[in-house]
Design a protein around this ligand. Structure first.
Ligand code: ADP
Ligand code: MG
Length: 332
């Protein structure tokens, strides 16, 4: 089976939204009138972003999910994507499962695969997604990192820290009960891009970013672009994984013996969460709740934006905590 057979067999499907899909030198996209294209690329490298023996179905899901998460953070509606794939060999069972994981998520978001490139080499998956955002009265409705205002509330969607908990378990750094590892592993391997929430937050949120490298690190990017600072109530962010410990206590003889500091590290610096971190003025609290409800995605208020640059971490009693929670950096 050669390169063109792989494309024809596993990836060439009729485009349903694009003007022209796979098969020519270029694909053609026709964004709706009055919209801008939102474009983002993310690469997944074996050994760096996933283990060699990862289930190809979940890998197909995750490769697209991390890209859709960027569209979500911009409040963009997914349209299409391209796939550049480097494969060490042609393993048909692997390709079938990978394509299946990829297309199940793509179909759920009405996002067409419209092109790509296929080559031999170390396993490497690079996806570029295209989405659209309306322009109203000459103004883009995209959510940007740069819009946070002093006094805004800071929110995070869903749960943070679970993916890192799974990673620590899989690496043998933490000994996790099987049920906890299984639950956390779902979040590591099949993250849910918060596309519906991103769309619902257009016109409500002042700024947004998706949490890929760790909550505090990604927050620092948002603050830098917005030229503001923030106070974060550290323990408002850790509720999510705490749910697993409650589950464990109730159902198993095992208990995860983590310190508060370890919980905070997972939630604040864990990474791979693909949740949305966003800001909105207090006057929009009801609108944020309505957006969360419409998107069926829980959101949690975890802090405030302040004028003075810098990040202040406080505990439940309002006491300042030292911030030694480092985010992931590929070259650090
Ligand atoms: P070219 O050499 O003109 O760049 P290719 O021969 O690489 O084109 O690819 C042929 C067609 O298949 C193109 O439309 C390209 O976008 C598409 N394609 C190649 N690899 C993939 C892939 N992994 N997934 C989806 N489409 C692909
Ligand atoms: Mg090519």
């Amino acid at each position: 089976m050669g390169e063109f057979d792989v494309i024809a067999r596993y990836f060439a499907r009729p485009a349903r939204h694009a003007a022209l899909g796979i098969g020519d030198d270029c694909a053609l996209l026709q964004p709706s009138p009055g919209t801008q294209l939102a474009i983002s690329t993310d690469m997944l490298v074996q050994g760096r972003h996933f283990f060699a023996d990862v289930d190809p179905r979940t890998l197909g899901h995750k490769a697209l999910a991390v890209n859709l998460s960027d569209l979500a953070a911009c409040g963009a509606k997914p349209l299409a994507f391209t796939l550049a794939l480097s494969l060490p060999n042609i393993n048909q069972a692997w390709l079938a499962a990978f394509a299946d994981g990829l297309f199940v998520l793509a179909d759920a978001h009405g996002c067409d695969l419209i092109g790509g490139d296929t080559t031999g080499g170390p396993l490497n998956i690079c996806i570029t997604v295209f989405g659209e955002v309306p322009v109203v009265d000459g103004k883009s409705q995209a959510l940007l990192r740069s819009g946070a205002q002093p006094g805004d509330d800071l929110y995070v969607s869903g749960t943070v820290g679970d993916a890192r908990l799974a990673l620590e378990g899989l690496r043998g750094q933490l000994s996790l009960p099987a049920a906890v590892l299984a639950a956390a592993r779902v979040r590591l391997e099949t993250p849910t891009p918060r596309v519906a929430l991103g769309l619902a937050l257009r016109g409500v949120a002042t700024a947004a970013i998706d949490v890929s490298d760790g909550l505090l690190g990604d927050l620092a990017h948002l603050l830098e672009r917005s030229r503001t600072g923030a106070t974060v109530q550290a323990d408002n962010a850790i509720e999510s994984i705490a749910a697993y410990t409650a589950y464990t206590r109730a159902t198993s003889q095992f208990v995860i013996n983590l310190s508060k500091d370890q919980w905070r590290t997972l939630a604040l610096a864990g990474g791979d969460d693909y949740e949305l971190l966003f800001t909105a003025p207090p006057a929009q609290r009801a609108a944020v709740e309505a957006a969360a409800l419409a998107a069926q995605t829980p959101v949690r208020r975890i802090g405030q934006i302040k004028r003075e640059p810098g990040l202040t971490l406080v505990d439940a009693q309002g006491q300042t905590l030292p911030n030694h929670y480092q985010s992931f950096d590929h070259f650090a």
